[in-house]
Write a protein that binds this ligand. Structure first.
Ligand code: ATP
Length: 347
């Protein structure tokens, strides 16, 4: 699978330390930065070389030093927990500077071994920089540094994998609820795992699970969400995309990343608890209210390369898509089926 950038170019720990020192958006001389970290000026210069490729604007001015324009809002586990109040106790949040993919790492941590039973439900890994962010079917999730939220939540279910159909749709409901809490009303869902706004996709959900058909099971819910999009990221994505900044008239209204996560997690918890008791059926009507293609003409791309055209009539209690074709209503399970609006059918 392709990574967001060549992994050899992924920012290292020194780069992150320097970027954090530059977060005030002021000029810092290379000499002072070097002294603060106990390294040479050449190491400063090496560690900051190429950070523009992560979507950052770093100015280097002779005689003044380095200045980060629009510095990232760094993720901070304590700050996220504090903003959740009592609900914060239900999560164990860890922020990492770099990971291949938060889903991959959390799936590894979920696995029980001889010494322990695996990470508990409610564990969250939020990652500043993913070198191998993933979408469905081996596709790549691209994001820059500081302007996207990429995290994974581990949830444990007593039931087996066979009872979890519709879970990615349920997670979509939680995301839309969270966005509404934040005053973002225009987001819509696309079956099975995308969130759309302003004519493009701005968030994706990737659910991966471990366990037995009969249970118990451990599920990792990975979410990538664009707060704003940098050119470096935008040009790697082969479909219409957007971001919260595109959806809000006032770019300064884009929520701070820690706040965004503090709002999303309790919404996910509510939805997952509901799903545990009632399955997706309890969320189905709400999902359809947020559905961007309800009663719209679409094409479905099937695993064998064929296409089926029809009108989407909604989703079933198990999350299957219901498509009205010329002859009948057909149901499609999440599997390897992709939905495209009739006007984007060639993609
Ligand atoms: P499907 O309808 O099958 O879900 P999809 O193309 O949306 O199709 P996903 O696996 O859900 O596929 O998501 C991965 C895709 O999302 C990538 O192939 C790319 O087109 C797109 N993508 C990657 N990064 C971003 C991003 N930051 N913002 C929006 N879209 C992205």
């Amino acid at each position: 699978m392709k990574s967001t950038l060549d992994k050899s170019q992924a920012p290292n720990a020194l780069t992150f330390s320097l970027l954090r020192l530059l977060t005030d958006g002021k000029f810092h001389s290379g000499e002072l930065l070097a002294r603060q970290l106990g390294i040479s000026r050449a190491s400063v210069s090496n560690a900051l070389r190429g950070v523009e490729s992560y979507g950052l604007n770093l100015y280097s001015v002779r005689g003044r030093g380095y200045c980060l324009n629009n510095p990232p809002q760094w993720l901070d586990a304590e700050c996220i927990v504090a903003q959740m109040g009592e609900r914060g106790k239900n999560f164990r949040i860890e922020v990492l500077d770099c990971a291949d993919s938060s889903n991959t790492l959390l799936l590894q941590r979920a696995k029980p071994d001889i010494a322990n039973g695996g990470a508990p439900g409610g564990t969250v890994l939020a990652v500043e920089w993913q070198s191998g962010g993933r979408g469905r079917l081996g596709r790549t999730w691209h994001s820059g540094l500081g302007n996207a939220l990429t995290f994974s939540l581990l949830w444990r279910f007593g039931c087996g994998l066979s009872s979890l159909s519709g879970l990615s749709l349920a997670a979509g409901v939680a995301l839309i609820r969270a966005l509404r809490v934040l005053g973002i009303q225009s987001a819509q869902l696309k079956w099975p795992n995308d969130v759309l706004g302003n004519g493009g996709k701005f968030a994706g959900i990737l659910i991966e699970a471990q366990g037995d058909v009969l249970g118990p099971s451990a599920v990792v819910i990975g979410i990538g969400l664009n707060l704003s999009l940098q050119q470096q990221v935008l040009r790697r994505i082969g479909q219409p995309v957007s971001s919260l900044a595109d959806m809000l008239a006032d770019a300064s209204a884009v929520p701070e990343r820690n706040h965004l996560l503090a709002v999303i997690l309790p919404e996910l918890e509510d939805v997952l608890q509901d799903f545990t008791v009632n399955g997706f059926a309890a969320l189905r009507a709400e999902w359809q209210n947020y559905h961007g293609f309800q009663d719209q003409p679409v094409q479905l791309l099937l695993p064998d390369g064929s296409r089926v055209a029809g009108i989407v009539r909604g989703v079933a209690d198990d999350g299957a898509l219901e498509l009205e074709t010329m002859h009948e209503i057909r149901r499609f399970n999440v599997g390897e089926v992709s939905l495209r609006g009739a006007e984007h059918a060639a993609a």
